[in-house]
Design a protein around this ligand. Structure first.
Ligand code: DGT
Ligand code: CA
Ligand code: CA
Ligand code: ZN
Length: 577
């Protein structure tokens, strides 16, 4: 994805946030938000566009277009700087707390003088907010939970942002003279859902000049530490990056060590010790003599320990060592196994691209099938109607001739209502090839209600997949609570797949839940939930998360051939008759 688009998106979103505090006009912030999303999802790199090109982006009018142009030309936007100056930095930090938002943050600042998260916490503890407009007991509770979430995030960033940053840095590193190999390690290589810092490894002969070049890259905002073989910096987006330069002969040992996890490393070091060996980031040695045995490749080091090369996503000490020693490490699903995407949107609802544009983009992925699943009428703001969805089906059937190698499936994303019902009656649902059903409302039901609600949705013979089952938004919205055992048992019993939503701010189900569900015999669908052509590529995060949940290709329905997929769906409908 072009990074300039992401930057412009975040600038426009910040502008919208500040406007919603400072401007009386409720529509203006909305216009900026809409434009932000449009730029974020625009297929072309905005930094290559002139003003006319920018104005051709949907939802971008003259004044927004000029600001984008100004940002691309100068790196800042005058009007944004003015708004920033009117609001203390501490208040902007408050806005980021889930459950608070711009308006309430401003009330806290103006009426009580609160300028930081700490002050807010103390004020709540000391009951200083009682009687303040808009701060009832329920709000206080939500804000406290929001602060907790904010704290837990503790500077960790989303996987997607971290990977984009790491890949851009690697490209720059590879261009530096003397660099022979470069890779990312740490939690990023293990594709954990959030990343504390990015760990980069470089093999090269002369560390000094490599360090100099690294610390003076344009993306580096601050240098925290600079040494002979290790440096730490903070990027302009606030991510911390550690770089280590290592001799190429020790590449494999270093890669194992710095990929971690720490828990996994401890376990394999114990295995080394039992074999009278010593393992560290420089290699595998004879304990007694200190003689080097192997270091150059990960595979060789693991092999000498009597272990297979573990996919990085499994290196968490969650039983992978025992499984490997017993010879039954799972053969986890790979990106190349994915034959289709079963949850995507178009601009018929809240997507950014037309059906034709989405199909054009997805045709490059060489999928065997692809489902379009726009929102059903229950999500009122999407204004779906029976006529519109039927017309889309017609259009899709017509476009099939343009995509002879990819089966186009017509679907919808249903809304599971408060009682577990779905949007359309059975006769109408029958007309779809695939149906995803998701919780989009009533997030705060009790655990029992939520459990019953989701199970009822799965008992609907036309519902094939539960979309983003816990509805969490990482760092923004907590997962809804339901009885995991009950829900997963029902999923297995009814033949309903659980989604592994690949979007990096969802990753839902998450790894631990996937492991749990798999034990109940549940099947999974790894889907992108794309709302733009650029989103189609997030599939890799979903596959990585599926790997972290130990899924094999058999567990994932969208690795199956179309005929098997269809019969999986059909057998659910049959079973319930
Ligand atoms: P993060 O950055 O919090 O998302 O998580 P990691 O896993 O990237 O942790 P980080 O950056 O502190 O260290 C990267 C890897 O380096 C870690 O996964 C394992 C290795 N490592 C770091 N410190 C130690 C240590 O004290 N002992 C061992 N065995 N390994 C370590
Ligand atoms: Ca790290
Ligand atoms: Ca680190
Ligand atoms: Zn969706």
């Amino acid at each position: 994805m072009p990074r300039a688009n992401d930057e412009v998106e975040s600038v426009l979103l910040e502008y919208a946030d500040l406007l919603s505090i400072l401007s009386e006009d409720p529509f203006k912030p909305r216009a900026y938000e809409k434009a932000a999303r449009a730029v974020g999802g625009y297929p072309a790199d905005v930094s290559t566009l002139d003003l006319r090109g920018i104005l051709a982006i949907p939802s971008v009018g003259k004044s927004i277009g000029e600001k984008i142009h100004e940002f691309l030309a100068t790196g800042s936007v005058h009007d944004l700087e003015e708004l920033r100056a009117q609001i203390p930095a501490g208040v902007r930090e408050l806005m980021a707390i889930p459950g608070l938002g711009p308006k309430k943050a401003m009330v806290l600042y103006q009426e009580v003088g609160i300028e930081s998260v700490d002050q807010l916490r103390h004020a709540i503890d000391a009951h200083q907010l009682a009687g303040l407009k808009g701060f009832g007991a329920k709000t206080e509770e939500n804000v406290l939970r929001g602060i907790e979430q904010f704290r837990q995030a503790g500077g960790r960033v989303q996987l997607g942002l971290a990977l984009d940053t790491a890949e851009a840095l690697l490209t720059e590193l590879q261009a530096i003279r003397g660099v022979r190999r470069a890779a990312y390690a740490g939690s990023l290589r293990r594709m954990q859902e959030t990343i504390g810092d990015i760990d980069l490894l470089v093999a090269g002969d002369r560390p000094g000049p490599i360090m100099d070049s690294f610390t003076s890259l344009p993306a580096v905002a601050r240098v925290l530490a600079k040494g002979e073989t290790k440096s730490s910096v903070v990027t302009t987006k606030g991510l911390q990056v550690d770089l280590r330069v290592i001799p190429i002969e020790a590449w494999g040992a270093a890669l194992i060590y710095f990929t971690g996890s720490k828990a996994h490393n401890i376990r394999i070091r114990e295995i080394a010790v039992r074999k009278k060996l010593k393992l560290n980031e420089y290699g595998l040695f004879q304990a007694k003599t200190g003689e080097l045995i192997v270091a150059e490749t990960e595979e060789a080091v693991y092999e000498h320990l009597g272990l297979p090369i573990f996919p990085p996503t499994l290196r968490e000490d969650r039983g992978e060592i025992e499984a490997a020693l017993a010879g039954d490490l799972p053969d986890v699903v790979q990106p190349k196994h994915i034959r289709g995407d079963l949850h995507t949107h178009t601009n018929l609802t809240d997507g950014l691209a037309s059906l034709e544009q989405m199909l054009e983009a997805v045709s490059q992925l060489r999928y065997a099938y692809y489902a379009v699943t726009d929102h059903a009428p229950g999500l009122a703001m999407q204004r779906m109607t029976d006529e519109k969805i039927i017309a889309q089906r017609e259009e899709l059937r017509n476009l099939q001739t343009k995509h002879p190698k990819m089966a186009l499936l017509h679907g919808s994303e249903l809304n599971i209502d408060a009682e577990g019902g779905a949007d359309w009656p059975a006769e109408f649902l029958q007309g779809f090839d695939v149906l995803v059903a998701s919780v989009h409302s009533h997030f705060n039901q009790s655990k029992d209600e939520m459990t019953r609600r989701i199970i009822r949705a799965m008992e609907n013979p036309h519902v094939h997949i539960i979309g983003h089952p816990t509805a969490r938004l990482i760092g923004k919205r907590q997962a809804v609570e339901f009885d995991l055992d009950e829900v997963f048992k029902a999923a297995a019993r009814t033949g309903t797949a659980m989604e592994v939503n690949a979007f990096p701010d969802r990753l839902d189900l998450k790894d631990e839940h996937i492991l749990w569900a798999k034990r109940h015999g549940v099947r999974f669908a790894v889907n992108t939930d794309s709302h733009a052509t650029t989103h189609l590529r997030v599939m890799r995060f979903g596959v990585a998360t599926a790997q972290r949940g130990w899924l094999t290709k058999d567990d994932v329905i969208n690795t199956w051939p179309l005929a098997k997929l269809r019969s999986f769906f059909a057998s659910k409908a049959r079973r319930s008759r």
